[in-house]
Ligand binder design. Structure first.
Ligand SMILES: [Ca+2]
Length: 132
């Protein structure tokens, strides 16, 4: 599984190209430009796991610094400041890392910081579950 299996290579190029200047990175715009906002929670999770290089289940600060390279190998690294801003945006519980259900998820209008509903069980499964 690679990033271009999930997202269009053209979109990735455009998105990475839009933020080549240091301190210009805007994660919301970036995720929108690569097409993440249109992806299902499952696909967003797959993207997350690609970015989670050491498969810890979290994207830690050092992994965030290389986040653009996860999308496009010759992209730049984020600056320390950008990394910290991104971490602060995604790190809801303040543990210094981003979990799979945090910022990268494609929910746009969560009220305040209540978090988004977790990816739910597909409805088809619910209706097939026998009533206990
Ligand atoms: Ca990790």
């Amino acid at each position: 599984m690679s990033m271009t299996d999930l997202l269009h290579a053209e979109d990735i190029k455009k998105a990475v190209g839009a933020f080549t200047a240091a301190e210009s990175f805007d994660h919301k715009k970036f995720f929108q430009m690569v097409g993440l906002k249109k992806k299902s929670p499952d696909d967003v999770k797959k993207v997350f796991h690609i970015l989670d290089k050491d498969k810890s289940g979290f994207i830690e600060e050092e992994e965030l610094g290389f986040i653009l390279k996860g999308f496009l190998p010759d992209a730049r690294d984020l600056t320390t400041k950008e990394t910290k801003t991104l971490l602060a945006a995604g790190d809801k519980d303040g543990d210094g890392k981003i979990g799979a259900d945090a910022e990268l998820k494609s929910c746009n209008n969560s009220p305040e910081n209540s978090g988004c509903p977790s990816p739910s069980i597909p409805k088809a499964n619910i209706s097939m579950t026998p009533v206990q």
